[in-house]
Design a protein around this ligand. Structure first.
Ligand code: FAD
Length: 408
């Protein structure tokens, strides 16, 4: 079966992960009609369950910066999202076996929190439920985009579901189809790839001490370990990048106690006793940076544009800021009755985003590389740096603003 639709003001989004769904909602709130194509068939929901169901909305938790929370507030989604979110009131950064310690405290920075940790499965559920309610979004799931072409007037995709082929075209196409983006490849856009030779072990644990909304980043001999507060006083999210090839040591029920013991050894008594662990999942870690983000009438976004290391919980926050700025460019075009896919406008968007993107990319990459080195001089410098950070006036507000996504 073959069908075809065309419309002058449509935006096509390829990829309905966190970025694609969020972008679709932003556009629809500005009365822009969106066709959203997603390879996975989304489930129907029963009751109020929070079940990981999708490669994006899985067992992970996302630290949303204050800026991201503001964006969801503006979209009118925060009330629903916060049911499964918890604020971060303090962040403690330490290195195992070293004296340095840095603390960020929300009260001292005069902010109500540094951000919120949300369960991805819930984020996905709220976004999808909202998208399904939105008459301006046509959600076409269970279809894989297999062709992307464009001419001076339109971008065009073919999407396949079994033997059905759908042909769609629009003035603007947003490629949010993830790290291994088909669209990026179809456009002939190259990437710089750095494999960190790590996988992130991800799970939720229960500790005997309440988390009191404190997040810990601890640089241990096994890698940088993030322990973030979750909804529920004693639940915490763990993201632990370990050397690729060693992950089997930590996965599976038979390794539950071994994993809890390793956390205990790394954290000492800071979180009390590590009592229970959920199932562990692992994610290979690499940095993938597209050489271009705007090609003709196509803009590449999300992980398809820049996949970064999760060490500082910045990846999605950066994507959301990209989406917000792109929305501004598009709505300005509409207000002036201009073409919403104008290649020059998309180039201007790309240019406008480079500084924030490069700052975040450099920051995350240098944290991973800087703390992965066991050279004693570097270790001393790191410790001195952490101590200086804790005592020199003026540094903390800068870093806090940056981490909260407010210095974009
Ligand atoms: C362990 C870990 C922890 C993280 N923690 C944080 C954090 O705390 N804070 C933060 O800001 N960021 C964090 N991130 C980063 C964040 O997860 C990513 O930035 C985000 O998932 C990117 O979403 P996306 O929609 O761009 O890509 P994806 O989630 O990969 O979505 C792409 C979508 O496109 C679809 N697709 C692919 N190909 C096609 C096709 N041909 N046709 C149709 N559909 C297609 C896929 O099915 C998928 O649904 C973390 C990442 C990891 C790995």
């Amino acid at each position: 079966m073959q069908s075809e639709t065309q419309s002058e003001h449509n935006v096509i989004i390829v990829g309905g992960g966190m970025v694609g769904l969020s972008m679709a909602l932003m556009l629809a709130r500005h009365n822009i009609h969106v066709q959203l194509l997603e390879a996975i068939k989304y489930p129907e929901f029963d009751g109020n369950e929070v079940v990981p169901y999708h490669s994006s909305f899985d067992a992970r938790n996302t630290a949303l910066s204050r800026r991201s929370v503001q964006i969801y507030q503006q979209l009118g989604l925060w009330n629903a999202l916060q049911e499964h979110a918890t604020p971060i009131l303090q962040v403690h950064i330490t290195e195992q076996g070293s004296f340095g310690k840095a603390r960020l405290i929300a009260d001292e920075e005069r902010v109500e929190s540094f951000g919120q940790v949300i369960e991805n499965a819930w984020l996905g559920r709220v976004l999808l439920t909202e998208v399904r309610k939105q008459p301006l979004i046509e959600l076409i799931d269970g279809v894989e985009v297999t062709s992307l072409t464009q001419d001076a007037e339109l971008a065009c995709v073919e999407a396949k579901r079994d033997d059905e082929v759908l042909t769609l075209s629009a003035k603007l196409l947003i490629a949010a189809d993830g790290r291994d983006s088909f669209c990026r490849q179809a456009l002939g856009v190259g990437v710089d790839v750095h494999d960190y030779d790590q996988v992130a072990i991800v799970t939720a644990v229960q500790t005997s001490k309440p988390h009191q909304q404190v997040g810990f980043e601890r640089f241990s001999e096994l890698g940088p370990l993030a322990l973030l507060p979750l909804p529920g006083e004693y639940r915490r999210s763990v993201v632990w990048p370990v050397k690729k090839g060693t992950e089997s040591e930590w996965l599976g029920e038979k390794n539950d106690q071994h994993f809890l013991d390793a956390l205990q050894k790394t954290y000492g008594d800071r979180a009390g006793k590590f009592e229970k662990t959920g199932q562990r999942f692992c994610f290979p870690l690499s940095q993938v940076l597209a050489h271009k983000q705007a090609v003709g009438r196509v803009v590449i976004m999300g992980n398809a544009a820049h996949t970064i290391h999760p060490v500082a919980g910045q990846g999605f926050n950066l994507c959301l800021r990209d989406a917000f700025v792109l929305l501004r460019f598009i709505t300005e075009q509409l207000e002036n009755s201009n073409d919403i896919g104008e290649p020059e406008m998309l180039k201007a968007y790309e240019q406008a985003r480079l500084q924030d993107q490069q700052r975040v990319i450099r920051f995350c990459d240098s944290v991973v590389r800087g703390f992965s080195n066991n050279n004693p001089i570097l270790k001393l410098l790191r410790n001195t740096g952490l101590v200086a950070f804790d005592v020199i006036p003026g540094i903390k507000p800068l870093v806090a603003n940056y981490a909260m996504g407010l210095k974009a």
